[in-house]
Structures are given as structure tokens and as C-alpha cells.
Design a protein around this ligand. Structure first.
Ligand code: COA
Length: 185
């Protein structure tokens, strides 16, 4: 799905642009995904699993942009990809009022307001498509992300005990959080 491009000012006064990633971005997108995977244990994909070729990633990005069930956006600062957000809608009619989201920002750009802006755009996109609820999964130790989600009204609805197992054997619980967009309980 297509995101209508947007430019915002960040907390430090710099300019951040939001747009769909294109096939031409594939090489940079892979480097960005590797950086994210190396910097945090709070994303599902490990750096060893970032094995796509540039051609495969280009096809993947094109498929996502053309998919009626996905919308991916990247955040760029001075032309460089520094963050991304994804919303995944459900095809089945009985769960088509729900969608899941995910987002990430590379560490050097944390605390400038990019995560908040990505989340705002994902929620607005979902609302415009008539969603009633948006859900996400977050590692219980990810205080930064959880505090951001709570500020937008996301609530815990459950916890998957030991939902994540790192390669060193450490387990993390995983919270499921939901944002109700209907204004009703
Ligand atoms: C979570 C993440 C997307 C936030 O991105 P960001 O660009 O730093 O977010 P922002 O700058 O918009 O906002 C961060 C907020 O958290 C607050 N914050 C910062 N550090 C915090 C901490 N340790 N605990 C709680 N809140 C914290 C900030 O004050 C800010 O709040 P504000 O908007 O009210 O001022 C980013 O840290 C990230 O990509 N982490 C790794 C990947 C990840 O965890 N993704 C989410 C998976 S569910």
C-alpha cells in the first residue's frame, strides 16, 4: 500500500522524511536492517538471518508496496534510512478489523522523536483504513518501546512467557499490547 509522503521536524530541529521504500533502496535497506539487528535484542530477526540478496530485497519491497495487506514506510534523515514502520492487515473478514504493527529506529537516531512519529503515522494510516484495533508484541524488557506505546494508549492484554529465546539461552517474556481505536471499551 502507498503511504503519502510526509516531512516533519525532529526534536533537534533536523528534518525527517517518511515514504515507502522503493526497489532501488534494497541495498541500503539491507544495511539498515543489519544495523538494527546488531544493535538490539528486541527485534525478532538476528543479523545472521539478514541473508537476502539485494535482488531478493528489491522484489520483497516491490511486493510489499503492491500488497493490499501491507504498508511499509521508512524514515530518512539527510536521505539516509534511519527507521522503518510496518502495518500488516488481515485478509480474513472476521479479523479484518485488526492489524499488527512493528517499528524500529537505528540507535544513533533514538530520542529525536522518530519512533513517536512512525507510530503516529502507522496509527493514522490504520484509522483511515477503518481499523478498530491495532496490536503489537513487545519484549517485556523493552522499557523504551513500552513507554512509547502506553503514551499512545496501547494496553497490555497478555504475556507470552519465555516468548523469545536468544541464541545465548536467555529468555524474554513477550507482551501483547492493543490500541482500541473505537473509543468504546
Ligand atoms: C523503540 C524505538 C522505536 C523508539 O524510537 P525513538 O526514535 O527513540 O522514539 P522517540 O524518540 O520518538 O520516543 C522515545 C520516547 O521514549 C522515552 N524514553 C527514552 N528512553 C526511555 C527509557 N529508557 N524508558 C522509558 N522511556 C524512555 C523518550 O523520552 C520518548 O518519550 P517522549 O516522546 O514522550 O519524549 C527505538 O528505541 C528502537 O528502534 N528500539 C529498538 C527496536 C525496537 O525495540 N523496536 C520496537 C519493537 S516492539
Amino acid at each position: 500500500m502507498i503511504f503519502n509522503e510526509k516531512t516533519i521536524k525532529l526534536k533537534d530541529g533536523s528534518t525527517c522524511h517518511f515514504r515507502n521504500p522503493k526497489a532501488e533502496d534494497a541495498g541500503e535497506m539491507l544495511a539498515y536492517l543489519r544495523t538494527c539487528a546488531e544493535e538490539t535484542n528486541f527485534l525478532l530477526r538476528t543479523v545472521e538471518e539478514c541473508t537476502e540478496t539485494v535482488e531478493q530485497e528489491a522484489k520483497h519491497l516491490t511486493a510489499i508496496n503492491e500488497s493490499p495487506l501491507h504498508m511499509m514506510m521508512v524514515a530518512t534523515v539527510e536521505g539516509k534510512i534511519v527507521g522503518n514502520g510496518l502495518i500488516v492487515f488481515n485478509k480474513r473478514l472476521r479479523i479484518s478489523h485488526r492489524a499488527s504493527i512493528g517499528l524500529a529506529v537505528i540507535k544513533a537516531y533514538w530520542n529525536k522523536g522518530i519512533g513517536r512519529a512512525l507510530l503516529t503515522e502507522l496509527i493514522e494510516f490504520g484509522k483511515a483504513k477503518g481499523l478498530e484495533q491495532i496490536e503489537l508484541e513487545v519484549v517485556a524488557e523493552n522499557a523504551r518501546a513500552i513507554s512509547l506505546y502506553r503514551k499512545f494508549g496501547f494496553e497490555f492484554i497478555g504475556t507470552r512467557q519465555k516468548g523469545i529465546k536468544l541464541t545465548n539461552g536467555t529468555y524474554f517474556d513477550e507482551h501483547i499490547m492493543i490500541l482500541n481505536l473505537t473509543g468504546k471499551e
